[in-house]
Design a protein around this ligand. Sequence first.
Ligand code: 5AD
Ligand code: SF4
Length: 420
Amino acid sequence: MNVRDSEHIIAELEDKEDYRLTDDSSEADLILINTCSVREKPVSKLFSEIGVFNKHKKDGAKIGVCGCSASHLGKDIFKRAPEVNFVLGARNVSKITKAIKSDKFISVDIDYDESNYAFSEFRNNQYKAFVNISIGCDKKCTYCIVPHTRGDEISIPAELIINEARKAAKNGAKEIFLLGQNVNNYGRRFSDKAHQKMDFSDLLDMVSEIDEVRRIRFTSPHPLHMDDKFLEVFAKNPKVCKSMHMPLQSGSTRLLEKMKRGYSKEWFLNRALKLRSMVPDASISTDIIVGFPGESDEDFEDTLDVMKKVKFEQIFSFKYSPRPLTKAAEFTNQVDPQVASQRLQRLQDLQEKILDEISLTKKDKEYKVYFEEKRNNGLLAGKSDNNALVQVEGKDEWLGMIKTVRITNPKRLSMYGEVI
Ligand code: 5AD
Ligand code: SF4
């Protein structure tokens, strides 16, 4: 989401204001920091970064703080860092051209701003294109600050999404990456009340009808909304890449209730195992929080149990971080940080073992790989349909092509192979 917001900001500045990107901040007339606020760490990093930029910037250069931390800290940013010239929340990206023109400009509201949809073109990556399909989130999980920074969930009309995907694909992006906080809840609410309700499975089929689109990815789906229709379209549509992110958060039904996730351990296992049986080669990734308030040893064992049963190909694991404006920050049964660290370590050790087991099964398998990058090690790298990083010796002209690769040396984080 933040990467795409940054692309939008750059597009507006290049198109309407004649700015150009530079890698050297001491050369820049404008320094933008696009921030996350999902955990505490990036927020503290923000203020040290402002200090560093302020020291090295050229005279008269402006500093702007954008994104989720801008949304929730608002004008406090000016108090803590008077050198900041403007503050632009995650839902106010389209106001960048205004922000640069007035000092101490601030816009952090989270209302329905349709100007969010229509943007000039700029993309970091010529091979794949991020396309927003919805903004905001209605879920209000008790640990999460996102609904407070990105506002209510609102779907972007399908026609606009298809136009954007078509334009990107015509410009060479064979892969379209659909983005939203809860993608598979798509189509429930549009800003235009007359817009016909539809669901995410239909949108996937519509995007796949664009000839130039060869691959479709999306993130993040919510386990609660993984109905059979969605799993079937995922399994059957050949353009939909066979990798699914299923954010578990916790394996304990008791804790899932406290988190307000809306599903149980059994529902999650049912969906994940159904997916495995429908698409045996699919990869499943997840997010897990350890040390949520009140997490007992037993709750944590439930999380490990789900990991052993699903055998996720990738896990993003985090220690719970209390966030302002959230319900869980007020819970009185916070977990001892040392206990949380030990649990995180145990979880990560288990995952390493699972990954070793998984990678042994990959040798000699064949994958379709979309080459996107030449690495410093001289190898061409790309993602398989099921989202594994694959590296081969190859020719530069293969960049932007999809080729079949046989795996010769599977490792935990990357597989090595040869094009056949
Ligand atoms: N503490 C730790 N992790 C969090 N996440 C969201 N809020 C918090 C928090 N307060 C994690 C969730 C989410 C991912 C993007 O960040 O796992 O899926
Ligand atoms: Fe946060 Fe929950 Fe919404 Fe995801 S679904 S953005 S975790 S509130």
